[in-house]
Design a protein around this ligand. Structure first.
Ligand SMILES: Cc1cc2nc3c(=O)[nH]c(=O)nc-3n(C[C@H](O)[C@H](O)[C@H](O)COP(=O)(O)OP(=O)(O)OC[C@H]3O[C@@H](n4cnc5c(N)ncnc54)[C@H](O)[C@@H]3O)c2cc1C
Length: 557
């Protein structure tokens, strides 16, 4: 890998272009529609096990729901209230496996739960629930403990104590970088195993004839049309799964209803890396979650009819009012404190023609893989990021039942590189004094950050920095992105529009205010590395300065 500054832009844009050219060629074993978490794990698992796989997404990978979550890998403690013990057991196991397989990306984190006097469950009952949760989770995390008011005041002085009679602490896990970066890691791993994937390619519908699915698709960037064929079709279109099934004549037992959720991001409220947990005015769990040097607050749960949603002034007010009531801040948070927002719908699965019953918030968050074996078609409904490894396994099993041979059925398809690679990387980083180059504004060591973001690809980056120290320059201030990272991203991460990089491959757009970003000196240079001569046009497209620029859900955040 050459990381030298000045590598030609044309060499970098090849990935998407070559892949689009390959999409229309010979039939694939499996075509995955949608590159959110469910499509990404399906492609990663199937490719690793030897299938010939293609994946397309009508916007960017992770450009819809999977960029709007709370970034938690959690066993679903709240589902104990609805006695969904099976679901909690499954999610806890899934969380534990993520913690085991991705030790630098998925981290255990403590949740400090404040207990309001007169709440529907007593303090002891909540603690018993936390112990049960810990047991259901095979005691994998640190043990829960009761908190007195004095403990809370000492450990988290920002929590307002007036309405509380104590609290408790338990563990779950969170995605250190962000949900979209996590999804990208599966897309990249699928690409590394021969999957042909491309963003901004929309399926317009599918037809089956002669034992093959034919999909008519449109390139949202060029406007061109293409036709793909595959033996089996995986509909991982998330909230658009029903729409795609209607386009393809697929009748299913399940369908989706939608629950909108928003988060707001503000400057860091507390130095402690723990999640503060409250019950909001509507009785739902409400979180204050660390997000790098910032804090993410949410979420809401509002029933909506369609997946196209935006943050409304009422949503914003709800989040700010709830948090202002529960924290002791030097001055209340206002809209002016909001750096960025996240907004999406949870696709919730219901069966039959029902609407999920009357109790909206109790609707289960489980996933269902509905298989039409004879028609070689499957749809992934509902689910959570936390459960993604199970989805990958279930999709492999279903696709095999459809007659697609997976020659490497035992192949492990997820996880960080083995300890020897990690040890070699950290040893090399130590020898060259990499951590001394950590920016004074960064909140973690450079070696740790590079490993978490790029895993084994961080090794050649060390080489690039050794050959030319300019590769270790921070290119975008406030966002801690080095020149060699931008080069790597440009070459291997299919950044088609600037938003792909700022919002999903990185979380820059979530932690740097838009106006600051517009004037960030390094952004134009990063754009030149990504887009060459098109840099100015892509910048104008991102900042909405172009008449007729494509507006996609990817731009909502
Ligand atoms: C507010 C909120 C908080 C959440 N918090 C958590 C959490 O903390 N932990 C957790 O585990 N889960 C959480 N979830 C749930 C989780 O985010 C979702 O279950 C998950 O992201 C859904 O992934 P998906 O792949 O099914 O859908 P998506 O991510 O929406 O992916 C579907 C993809 O299909 C593409 N697509 C659609 N139509 C077409 C077409 N015709 N052709 C090609 N592509 C198409 C879309 O562009 C999209 O990228 C949360 C969800 C929300 C909304």
């Amino acid at each position: 890998m050459s990381q030298r500054p000045g590598r030609s832009y044309k060499q970098r844009v090849q990935l998407r272009r070559t892949n689009i050219a390959k999409l229309g060629k010979e039939p694939f074993d499996v075509l995955v529609l949608g590159g959110g978490i469910n499509g990404a794990v399906s492609a990663a698992a199937l490719s690793a096990r030897g299938a010939r796989v293609a994946l397309i997404d009508r916007v960017d990978f992770s450009g819809v729901t999977s960029q709007t979550s709370s970034n938690l890998a959690w066993g679903g403690i709240k589902y104990l209230e609805t006695f969904e013990f099976g679901l909690v057991r499954k999610l806890c196991r899934a969380r534990n496996e993520l913690l085991r397989a991705f030790p630098s990306v998925v981290k255990e984190i403590r949740f400090t739960m404040a207990h309001q006097r007169g709440f529907r469950h007593g303090r002891w009952k909540l603690l018993m629930g936390a112990w049960l949760y810990w047991a259901i989770g095979s005691f994998f995390t640190r043990r829960p403990r009761m908190l007195s008011l004095r403990d809370i005041a000492r450990e988290e002085p920002i929590v307002a104590l007036d309405a509380l009679d104590g609290g408790m602490e338990y563990s779950d896990a969170y995605l250190h970088d962000n949900d979209a970066r996590f999804v990208w890691s599966f897309i990249r791993s699928a690409l590394d195993r021969g999957c042909i994937a491309a963003n901004y390619i929309e399926s317009l519908g599918a037809e089956r004839s002669g034992g093959l699915w034919g999909v008519r698709a449109r390139d949202a960037i060029s406007g061109g049309e293409l036709r793909l064929t595959a033996r089996a079709l995986v509909n991982a279109c998330g909230p658009y799964a029903d729409e795609h099934n209607a386009r393809s004549g697929q009748r299913t037992e399940h369908h989706h209803v939608f629950s909108k959720g928003i988060h707001v991001i503000v400057d860091r409220l507390t130095e402690n890396r723990r999640v503060l947990t409250f019950f909001a005015d509507d009785g739902r769990l409400f979180f204050v979650i660390p997000m790098g040097a910032k804090t993410c607050i949410g979420t809401t749960d509002t029933r909506v009819e369609t997946p196209e949603v935006d943050v409304t002034p009422e949503d914003r007010r709800f989040v700010l009012d709830n948090i202002n009531k529960r924290l002791r801040l030097s001055k209340p948070l206002t809209e002016a404190d909001v750096i960025a927002e996240r907004c999406g719908v949870r696709p919730l699965v219901v069966s039959g023609g029902g609407e999920g019953g009357r109790d909206w918030m109790q609707l289960s968050r489980k996933h269902v893989v509905e298989v039409n074996e004879a028609g070689a078609h499957l749809t992934i409904f509902g689910g959570k990021l936390t459960d993604c490894l199970n989805v990958g396994e279930e999709v492999c099993a279903a696709v095999e039942r459809m007659g697609v041979r997976l020659p490497f059925r035992e192949q492990r398809w997820y996880g960080e590189p083995p300890p020897e690679v990690r040890d070699e990387y950290f040893h090399q980083a130590r020898l060259m004094g990499l951590d001394a180059m950590t920016s004074p504004r960064a909140h973690e060591k450079l070696s740790t950050r590079l490993w978490r973001r790029y895993a084994a690809r961080a090794l050649p980056m060390l080489d690039a920095i050794r050959s030319d120290p300019r590769n270790a320059e921070v290119l975008i201030e406030g966002a801690e992105y080095l020149r060699c990272e931008i080069e790597e991203t440009a070459r291997r991460e299919m950044v088609t529009r600037l938003d792909d990089f700022l919002r999903r491959r990185s979380k820059i757009a979530q932690v740097v205010r838009r106006e600051e970003l517009r004037h960030a000196p390094g952004l134009r240079e990063a754009c030149r590395i990504f887009f060459g001569d098109e840099a100015d046009a892509k910048l104008a497209d991102y900042f909405g300065d172009v008449q007729g620029a494509i507006r996609t859900p990817a731009l909502q955040a």
